[in-house]
Ligand binder design. Structure first.
Ligand code: B3K
Ligand code: ZN
Length: 854
């Protein structure tokens, strides 16, 4: 199978100046006519090779002449023909079958509407084309379809024609004035409910905003619509970037492989990230909607106006746009908790990816299936790299770099290097060493040693960095690490930024006392693993007293790792220290003004966080320890928990920072309280039945699942009856079932696959069951009889032919077999071999599984 390498990049031989597409839509047979105006870029190029997949070629015209089949070659991947002119026109007619397209890539028909997904390489399933992001073309799109069945016919840009044709057909034509790569092309046809609004940009242009959602769901789109306006305002204020077209459309669909897609002027969203209401969505759902609406909107400049030269540059647009959406979210809610959540993603999922057979730098060097590289590394570590630039250059310097980047490269397809160069030039700041972050994979370890000189009253920190080898790269070099620090010394506190460049450096503090405590890597200023020798007492001092909320949380995280190790050594005899209970009692009695942060501080880290600190994961010990920790907290603090619960039970139903914080804190208490089955039954039932929204309802179900409370079953029954008709809510119910920590989960999942609302074709349903099972049910997934691994394997065998992209995402937990004990290793490898032996396994799955077994 073929691997593509960044090192092999070659500029395109031909450009496509204009692309004129006509779609005659029918679910079983859609005709696509592409009129492409070419210009030769490389005078030595004599052959044109167009990408195409799963297309039936009907006819090719060269200028006005119909070509004979002997004049071109056509196989499963390409259409090739010799060309001698510098400028020429091709008219290509193909036939496709949208309803048979269950991969949901290219043009597909699902749930009564047509929809496209072209990134990364889906456009080649629509017509023969130069399907690469450095070919920018001006698109016009004509859509012809049944007028009654598909009242809305949408594509990028501005609508320039709309008329009825004979035979009940309708024709709509769109023109997009901005040249774009084909991955940003979109077409949607269907019957929707439309919600409209307007936005006036800072320069006074009026933009029409239009949300197309399933009929009857219009009210649930209002929050997303407001979030869009907030994003537009924010990007003007913080980045000085304004929207450029007259309309901005968002379509919500039920069948979608990921979260959303930033197609120019016509975003397509998974309905899960548009449709929310207090009754049906949790606070987390609201948060996600706002941040993804922001993310796709921010792509208009970082991704669309300035796009990627090739797919190895994906982080150019994704890392930067995640950074932008994180900054936006931070301004909309609790800044500290937002940062905590972003850091958790890095420390669990991203560090795990770096330690896995799929390890890659934020700029991957080689790829078999591009869709496999939309990863936490490219996205979230990519955003951390941008954040480090921001830390090094400061807000003003960073914005100066952004302005230069946009000014230089508007309308171009560029590389990560262009971005760094713009930052460097705008600031006269040498970033040559910093560039290593783009090419080097792996998680750096930063070891700190302290030594105090009593006579000089001087504290010296020796810092050593080391990046262990990864599956893709044996040798590593030192990286530039911006280290934010704060020195806590009695009443005095000193903070600053230390930029580490070498393998070993020291940081000296003078005139400090022997008990002075340096807090390093504040706000996680570099994506590294910090290794220190702080004692429990020192960490608790930081957790109690640091002025920075993130530092307090981080110190507690380190404490939990110490306690987990002690639990593993001492077993059931280990007791959490009195000092923790005191700290927790204070937080419960006098919560911090930021209640979401208080709730975070009161949380025992989840399985994934604990697991990531071990080279080999002691599954059973982590599960036993977590349960013991929660029980001890609930026993020691039952009164304070109940009181805090009651004090925060009157939150407003809306989604706002204060109400979200109150709910988070109350539901953290409920989670502990539910461990006492007898005492909590009424509490759980009462909250469930009087809940003012989905957050509180779901919190009851989660708490009772978590503590294996008998009330779980009856409440789940009630929930199912209530939400039978709402698939997005029903997904939560599927996931709760899949997370059931008892062996019963296998029968339950088998039964749920037969549920009338379950469908193997729908990625949301499949993820609701199987992602939840593999990621949120470690006890059953990692069973020593292999039943958990087999369930996932059988699922993947069935799913791969239907939707390889979704299958390849689900396989992730099996790839890290080397992180488990030898018994489990054998079972997981056996499962991986079953996958690899299957005939016709997709490239998506093959790339990952073969790397894991290599
Ligand atoms: N750019 C899309 C992701 C496309 C994924 C293709 N497999 C969404 C986003 O990052 O905004
Ligand atoms: Zn993105």
């Amino acid at each position: 199978r073929q691997v593509k390498r960044l090192a092999d990049y070659q500029a395109p031989d031909f450009f496509i100046e204009t692309t004129d597409l006509t779609f005659e839509l029918a679910a079983d047979k859609t005709l696509v006519t592409a009129v492409l105006q070419f210009r030769r870029a490389n005078p030595n190029a004599l052959e044109l090779r167009l990408d195409g997949q799963q297309l039936l070629l009907l006819a090719v015209h060269y200028n006005e002449r119909l070509l004979q089949p002997s004049e071109y070659q056509c196989d499963a991947q390409q259409l090739r023909l010799s060309v001698t002119d510098d400028d020429f026109k091709l008219t290509i007619k193909t036939e496709i079958c949208p309803q048979a397209n269950t991969a949901l890539e290219g043009l597909y028909f699902a749930n009564g509407s047509f929809c496209t997904q072209c990134e990364a390489e889906g456009f080649r399933r629509i017509t023969y084309y130069l399907d690469r992001p450095d070919v920018l073309s001006v698109f016009s799109t004509t859509i012809i379809a049944d007028a009654n069945q598909y009242p809305y016919l949408l594509s990028n840009g501005n609508k320039v024609a709309d008329r009825l044709l004979a035979g009940g057909q309708r024709l709509v034509r769109w023109q997009d004035p901005f040249p774009k790569p084909c991955y940003l092309f979109a077409l949607v046809a269907g019957d929707f409910e439309l919600r409209q609004d307007q936005y006036t940009t800072k320069s006074g242009r009026v933009v029409e905003l239009a949300f197309y959602v399933e009929k009857g769901q219009g009210n649930k789109a209002l929050f997303a619509l407001e979030a869009l306006k907030r994003s537009m305002r924010w990007d003007e204020e913080r980045f000085g970037l304004e929207y450029d077209l007259d309309t901005y459309m968002v379509v919500a669909v039920d069948f979608f492989n990921m979260g959303a897609m930033e197609n120019k002027g016509l975003n397509v969203f998974n309905s899960k990230y548009v449709l929310v209401s207090n009754n049906t969505a949790t606070d987390t759902d609201f948060f996600n909607v706002e941040s993804i609406i922001g993310h796709e909107y921010f792509h208009n400049w970082t991704g669309n106006r300035v796009t990627c030269r090739d797919w190895f540059q994906l982080s150019l647009k994704e890392g930067l746009t995640v950074f932008r959406d994180q900054e936006f979210s931070r301004d909309m809610g609790s800044a500290t908790v937002n940062r905590i959540h972003a850091v958790q993603v890095i420390r669990t999922a991203q560090f795990a990816e770096d330690a896995s057979p799929m390890a890659h730098p934020i700029q991957p060097q080689q790829v078999m299936e591009m869709n496999n590289f939309y990863t936490v590394t490219v996205y979230d570590k990519g955003a951390e790299v941008i954040r480090m630039l921001h830390t090094l250059l400061g807000e003003d310097g960073f914005q100066a770099g952004m302005r230069l980047y946009v000014q230089r490269h508007d309308g171009q397809a560029v590389t990560c290097e262009h971005f760094v160069q713009a930052m460097q030039d705008a600031n006269h700041y040498d970033l040559s060493a910093f560039r290593r972050w783009y090419q080097q994979s792996g998680t750096p370890e930063l070891r700190v040693q302290r030594s105090y000189d009593v006579h000089k009253q001087q504290l010296t920190l020796t810092l050593r960095q080391h990046t262990p080898a990864t599956a893709d790269q044996a040798t590593k070099l030192p990286l530039v690490l911006p280290i934010r620090y704060q020195l806590v010394d009695g009443e005095r506190s000193e903070s600053g930024l230390f930029v580490m460049q070498l393998q070993e450096e020291s940081l000296v503090f003078t005139d400090v006392s022997a008990t002075a405590l340096p807090v390093l890597l504040e706000d996680f200023s570099a994506p590294v693993r910090l290794l220190h020798d702080y004692s429990e007492q020192e960490l608790l001092r930081i957790a109690k007293a640091a002025s920075n909320g993130f530092a307090r949380w981080d110190a507690l995280q380190s404490c939990w790792m110490l306690w987990l190790q002690q639990y593993i050594q001492q077993g059931g005899a280990f007791h959490l220290p009195e000092a923790l209970f005191e700290l927790y009692a204070t937080l419960l009695n006098q919560p911090l003004p930021d209640k979401s942060l208080t709730a975070e501080l009161l949380k025992v880290p989840d399985y994934g966080t604990f697991a990531e600190s071990f080279p080999q994961i002691p599954v059973d010990s982590i599960l036993a320890a977590s349960a013991a920790f929660r029980l001890q907290i609930s026993e020691h603090l039952s009164k304070a928990l109940l009181q805090c619960y009651q004090q925060h039970s009157q939150a407003a139903a809306e989604y706002n920072e204060e109400a979200v914080g109150q709910r988070a804190l109350k539901n953290r208490c409920l989670d502990y309280l539910s461990m006492h089955h007898g005492d909590s039954q009424t509490l759980l039932e009462q909250q469930y039945h009087t809940a003012s929204g989905m957050t509180d309802k779901l919190a009851v179900l989660k708490a009772s699942l978590h503590s294996e409370h008998p009330v779980f079953e009856s409440l789940m029954q009630h929930f199912a009856n209530e939400w039978q008709q709402d698939v997005l809510v029903l997904d939560k119910w599927f996931s709760l079932h899949a997370a059931n920590p008892t062996e019963q989960v296998f029968d339950t999942i088998a039964a749920l696959c037969q549920h009338p609302k379950f469908s193997w074709q729908n990625p949301n349903r499949v993820r609701a069951l199987f992602h939840a099972f593999a990621m949120q049910n470690p006890g059953q997934f990692h069973r020593l009889d292999g039943r958990g691994y087999q369930l996932l394997t059988q699922t993947l065998l069935l799913l791969d032919p239907i939707n390889p992209q979704v299958a390849a995402r689900l396989v992730t937990p099996l790839l890290s077999w080397h992180r488990y004990d030898s018994e489990r290793q054998i079972l997981i490898k056996q499962a991986l071999r079953q996958l690899l032996e299957k005939d016709g396994i997709s490239n998506d799955l093959y790339e990952k599984v073969s790397k894991a077994l290599a």
